[in-house]
Design a protein around this ligand. Sequence first.
Ligand SMILES: NC(=O)C1=CN([C@@H]2O[C@H](COP(=O)(O)OP(=O)(O)OC[C@H]3O[C@@H](n4cnc5c(N)ncnc54)[C@H](OP(=O)(O)O)[C@@H]3O)[C@@H](O)[C@H]2O)C=CC1
Ligand SMILES: CC(C)(CO)C(=O)C(=O)O
Length: 347
Amino acid sequence: MSWLIYIIIIIQKIFMIWSLNGILIIKIIIKIIKYQNGECRNTFFFERKNMIKNVALIGCGAIGSYFVESLNNRITIIANGKRKERLKKDGLWINDKHYTLNVQTEKSAGKQDLILIGTKADGLKEAISYLPYLLKEDTIVLSLLNGVTSEEKIIQFIPKKHVLHSFMKIGSYRKDNRIYFDINKISDLYYGSLYGNRQQLHSLSQFLKTTQIHFHEVDNILEQMWLKYACNIANNLPQAVLQVNSTLYTKSEHGYKLASLLWSEVYKVAQLKGIQIPEQVQIFPDSEWGYKYSTLQDIEQKRETEVDLFLKELINMACELHIQIPFSEMTYHYIKALEEKNKGYFE
Ligand SMILES: NC(=O)C1=CN([C@@H]2O[C@H](COP(=O)(O)OP(=O)(O)OC[C@H]3O[C@@H](n4cnc5c(N)ncnc54)[C@H](OP(=O)(O)O)[C@@H]3O)[C@@H](O)[C@H]2O)C=CC1
Ligand SMILES: CC(C)(CO)C(=O)C(=O)O
């Protein structure tokens, strides 16, 4: 009889090991399925490191407000001096809803997991000077500015591993502390990694999935940024010179031609830098509805424009490549002269 007891015990043990293994195998299968669906990319390999909790925004204007609206209770606004007092006291009105803000200086905010830079080009230098106070080992920095050089400027001051390349597609309008955009139209964040920081990319996508933000993690972020850059140059600038809305490009063959000429010069520079963008000019969708893009908004509200970010930088690149881009040069000087006119130089 004793051999029978032995056999029963052995069978019992086999079943126990089998069922334990079974549970383990089922757990691994569930993990793999979740990983495939992108639900646990952070945790499968990286053991719950790099979870984004603290998010800071430097520059809560037209595009920054999109993140205030989406992450309201989870976002710290970084500002100093009078700007800080104003933002604390008045908050922001976004699409006619009032938001009170958690405003901190760069020194009081503490270390951040994610930092969004939403200043214009003229505020970038100061924004960069805040970064050392906010950075920890695995902080992610996104620069939302238009143009193709803000990331290069940032990595002159902080290690590359922090920086993902990014830009926004959104039509947002600001007058003082009132901001309007339509989240049902295009309001999208694009980002990608040029410096091989895949872990940051996963953390960011993981975090964004928990929010209402429309986002796209893309492989060809540099091409996408240049495409947006070319669109901004071709669409924002002729309308700013002529001070008319975007029907310029749909109603007038001359307007369309102006956009095409500028586009052809960005295309030439991009080609020589090995960046692929389409040869044919792209007019922003819905331009027949008569939009005023940011450069014209700046001119009308007598603010500095970002023409240096758009054209001065293109002219410098062309110079380095030993090519001429006369339409861009001329447009650059037109807009600079309009800025001077706004400052009352000619009165
Ligand atoms: N508007 C749009 O629809 C789009 C804009 N973009 C790009 O996004 C970038 C931002 O543009 P936009 O949002 O329109 O610009 P805004 O002028 O509306 O916003 C910039 C904000 O940055 C703040 N700021 C400047 N310096 C600092 C600083 N040192 N610390 C804290 N805050 C600071 C400004 O504050 P203050 O007002 O007090 O000076 C302002 O609120 C630009 O590069 C633009 O080309 C891209 C896509 C669409
Ligand atoms: C045209 C627009 C709104 C597209 O996102 C833009 O980038 C700008 O106004 O500068």
